[in-house]
Design a protein around this ligand. Structure first.
Ligand code: AMP
Ligand code: MG
Length: 342
């Protein structure tokens, strides 16, 4: 198993029967500690299929080699072992992911914070196999290492600097989305005009299928044990990412602990059996925001998402079922007739 943060399968594609003209081809496999699927709506010779699959695997391997917290030799792990405040040179992709993270950190008031790495480990969601709960003093000590902008990026120089030497970064909440973007860009470069890329529940679509329809995805109900589609959504040339506590949690002393840490308390966000999905042009940005809004919760999260003009949808347990809470940008998609609520 690789990163727990890579294991949530929050969105599943609705199976479509594509009539007559043209086929949907799927390339699927395992990467980044989860599964991936790439659907292409175009005729595909076996040699072109093999070339496209090789290109996809190359990009996924690249992200794993750079950003996995589970590989001691990844660029991120090496940076985490660099216990110094001297600037550290990073590859362009990792720098880009840190830049997205920094932006969402600032806009979310610190709810999204990749420096929660040590806390993720302490609560048993990291590469270590820790099973005991951290003590209050330990949480306080680890929390003092996170937050308050402890990383400084210099994009011109291609470096990042720790403002405290023992900062440990965890990019799991944004790297999968970034990998989706990389695969999508690779497909465009290869001349593929219609596709749906999915890695561990984060998706990005482009184009139309042969019957003139958009790629339709299903947003699941946040039920731990079941997989029921709550909403179906037609994606234009855009991405959707979902975060929640409902699938990736652990029980400790009878208490459900979510894998998402609130950087303000240093503790897992209270279990709510809820999810939040964000639609954005870039999957990396959608991924980071979905995690940030999970930390903030439906009340504060909706307000921040509205202020930021984000298309966000919360699904929460309500009386006898589920209730949804959508920002106006998300409701605009509903107005366009692309959203079907069940
Ligand atoms: P996601 O499934 O995209 O919501 O990412 C969750 C993963 O991100 C967790 O498993 C942690 O590795 C990491 N993480 C937890 N809390 C935060 C946070 N507040 N900000 C950024 N990353 C986090
Ligand atoms: Mg995320």
């Amino acid at each position: 198993m690789l990163a727990t943060g890579f294991l949530v399968l929050a969105v599943l594609t609705v199976r479509q029967v594509v009539p007559g003209r043209g086929d949907v081809h799927e390339i699927a496999g395992h990467a980044l500690g989860t599964t991936y699927s790439v659907k292409l709506a175009e005729p595909l010779s076996s040699s072109r299929g093999a070339a496209v699959a090789t290109a996809i695997e190359g990009r996924l391997d690249e992200v794993d080699e750079l950003m996995s917290t589970y590989r001691p030799d990844s660029e991120l792990s090496r940076f985490n072992r660099h216990r110094s405040t001297r600037p550290y040179p990073l590859s362009a992709p990792t720098l880009e992911v840190f830049a997205v993270a920094q932006d969402v950190f600032e806009r979310s008031g610190g709810a999204f914070d990749v420096t929660v790495g040590s806390l993720v480990d302490a609560w048993g969601f990291g590469p270590g196999d820790r099973s005991s709960r951290p003590s209050t003093p330990e949480v306080a000590a680890l929390r003092s290492r996170a937050g308050s902008e402890p990383l400084a990026l210099d994009r011109e120089a291609g470096t990042i600097r720790k403002l405290a030497p023992d900062v440990v970064a965890d990019l799991s909440a944004v790297a999968k989305g970034y990998a989706v973007d990389l695969v999508a860009e690779t497909l465009v470069a290869l001349g593929v005009s219609s596709f749906l890329v999915e890695i561990g529940g984060e998706l990005r679509a482009r184009g139309w299928k042969a019957d003139g329809s958009r790629w339709r995805v299903g947003i699941e109900r946040p039920e731990p044990a079941e997989r029921t589609v709550h909403l179906a959504l037609d994606l234009a040339d855009e991405a959707i990412a979902t975060s929640g506590d409902y699938r990736n949690f652990r029980e400790q002393d009878g208490v459900r602990l979510a894998h998402i840490i609130d950087p303000r308390s240093g503790r897992p966000v209270p279990y709510a059996g809820a999810s939040v999905s964000v639609v954005h042009a870039r999957a990396a940005v959608a991924d980071a925001w979905a995690t940030a809004l999970s930390v903030l919760g439906p009340e504060a999260g909706s307000a921040v998402a509205e202020r930021e003009g984000l298309a966000a949808l919360f699904i929460l347990p309500g009386s006898g079922g589920y209730v949804t809470r959508a920002t106006s940008a998300f409701r605009a998609k509903l107005g366009a007739g692309t959203l079907i609520e069940r």
